[in-house]
Design a binder for this molecule. Structure first.
Ligand SMILES: *Cc1c(COP(=O)(O)O)cnc(C)c1O
Length: 343
């Protein structure tokens, strides 16, 4: 049995308080705007991000795919970091659903610059794709939970506007970035045309994500929501979990960040282990185990046999993610176990 689950912040169990909020939720047909809980959630997120409107969706992946489809038509080109979720973890949705190509940028820790965007823009010749959209991921998952500096986002936003490109933020962990940096979510959101946040990551909900943008953007997004089968009915039972999490699970993300820092510190002192993102800006820790007797897959299996689950995204690296079901003593126990196994 897994006792300490560091595989992902998607692994959280809904808390008692959250389940109670879900059971009390007022509900209605959300497609008809008759679900008070969904309406309230969309309202709160659009206020938090200072966008006109918001749309409740089953997943973050659907938020990304709908945003790409609203911003792009077939044959357009999207600029995104090579490590991004839209490139690597959405089953080529951009190509399959809206027909757009993606131009990968080699950023640093998942983050690229306004100059990188300038260099990737097409000149507008008939034989080229049309540059249409810039996607940023706040925080960058594969980049190690790294946070895009607000200045970088503002500079990219200027380039995008100047060249008539739209800009979209994959904010799966936007609130982690906000809590860690102290910069309000709306300031990050203000640099982009569309943005979403995931309820089922660090916020601890079982399902759901909320996409926000202008009234015009959300109107178009609704059509895609229906088209992709993402329109729901009495979705208030899950929206209530989202409302609960926005009230109770945001400030506490700071604990996840300090637990991640502690974990990085503890494992970095183990012979043969190298932390790949020693800055640990948020709740993700990547570490290399190639100088130990284990491959990452073998170490992952061995840890799991002892009740600790840590993912092995590559043959040499491991990824540990902290969240609300992980305590400081879990971190100490997991790091101790790694030390014992390796030495
Ligand atoms: C998890 C994640 C997504 C997808 O969200 P789901 O709710 O799992 O579909 C998108 N982008 C990033 C950066 C993620 O970490």
């Amino acid at each position: 049995m897994v006792r300490i689950n560091l595989y992902s912040d998607t692994q959280t169990q809904p808390t008692i308080g959250m389940r109670q909020a879900m059971s009390r939720a007022e509900v209605g047909d959300e497609q008809q705007f008759l679900d008070p809980s969904v309406n309230q959630l969309c309202d709160e997120v659009s206020k938090l991000l200072r966008k006109d409107s918001a749309l409740f969706l089953p997943s973050g992946t659907m938020c990304n795919q709908i945003a790409l489809a609203v911003h792009c038509v077939a044959g357009d080109e999207i600029i995104a970091d090579q490590t991004s979720h839209v490139i690597n973890n959405e089953a080529a949705g951009a190509a399959a659903i809206c027909g757009a190509a993606i131009r990968p940028i080699q950023g640093k820790r998942g983050i690229f610059s306004a100059d990188d965007v300038e260099r990737s823009l097409r000149a507008g010749r008939a034989l080229e794709p049309r540059s249409r959209l810039v996607v940023v991921e706040q925080s960058s998952n594969a980049g190690g939970g790294s946070i895009w500096p607000i200045k970088t986002l503002e500079e990219i936003s200027v380039v995008a506007r100047t060249h008539d490109l739209a800009m979209h933020m994959d904010g799966a962990r936007l609130l982690n970035a906000t809590v860690s940096s102290g910069i309000d979510a709306y300031r990050y959101a203000n640099t982009v045309d569309s943005v979403w946040l995931d309820l089922s990551k660090g916020l601890g909900c079982p399902i759901g994500a909320v996409l926000a943008g202008s009234d015009n953007f959300i109107r178009k997004a609704w059509r895609w929501k229906h088209r992709l089968g993402g329109a729901m009915r009495q979705a208030g039972v899950i929206a209530a979990a989202g409302l609960y999490s926005l009230e109770h699970h945001v400030a506490r993300l700071a604990e996840d960040h300090s637990n991640a820092k502690l974990f990085a510190q503890l494992v970095s002192s183990i012979e043969g282990v190298t932390v790949l993102n020693p800055e640990v800006e948020t709740n993700l820790v990547f570490f290399d185990v190639s100088q130990t007797k284990y491959t990452s897959a073998d170490l992952s299996t061995e840890l799991r046999n002892h009740g600790v689950w840590i993912g092995a995204p590559t043959s040499t690296s491991m990824r540990a993610v902290t969240h609300l079901d992980i305590s400081q003593s879990d971190i100490e126990e997991a790091a101790d176990l790694i030390r014992q196994l390796i030495s």
